[in-house]
Design a binder for this molecule. Sequence first.
Ligand code: HEC
Length: 137
Amino acid sequence: MRQTKFLIVKVSTLVLMLGSLIATSQSYAGGEMPSKEACESPSSAAVKGGCVMTDRKKGNCMACHQFKGIEQTTLQAGNIAPPLVAMKQRFPDKAKLRAQVWDATVANPDSSMPPFGRHKILSDDEIDSIVEFLSTL
Ligand code: HEC
């Protein structure tokens, strides 16, 4: 009886330890490209944003932009648009960043960047998560 109790305590400690290990490995270090597995149930808005950006059926942002993390994937980044670097420094105001993704033609009427929000290519929630991901770059 005593031994069974001891065993239960041991097993539960092990489960807890494993749980925290998994939780730690899911925590997002900025600039890293979320893995396919991480995209199945994104652990944060930033992770989700990275997934939406690199999904060909969604953002497909790498068609035109280079950004950190792409080199960790099998995706090829295009060269049409400026690389998405130092976003936090260059866009301290997240609203400006969001506006660019929502409708690039406001800032540049000739922009070749699709107006993701205005044309409903992406949802508001997806655009919000992209802004979170961009802010880690
Ligand atoms: C078809 C090409 C194309 C695609 C796809 C595209 N962009 Fe752009 N993007 C551009 C161009 C061109 C610019 C340069 C400014 C302009 O013309 O609007 C730009 C500018 C930007 C900027 C401002 C960069 C700076 O340094 O000022 C951000 C942020 C941005 N894009 C984010 C995104 C995100 C996020 C996605 C995916 C959801 C995306 N873009 C998809 C073409 C593209």
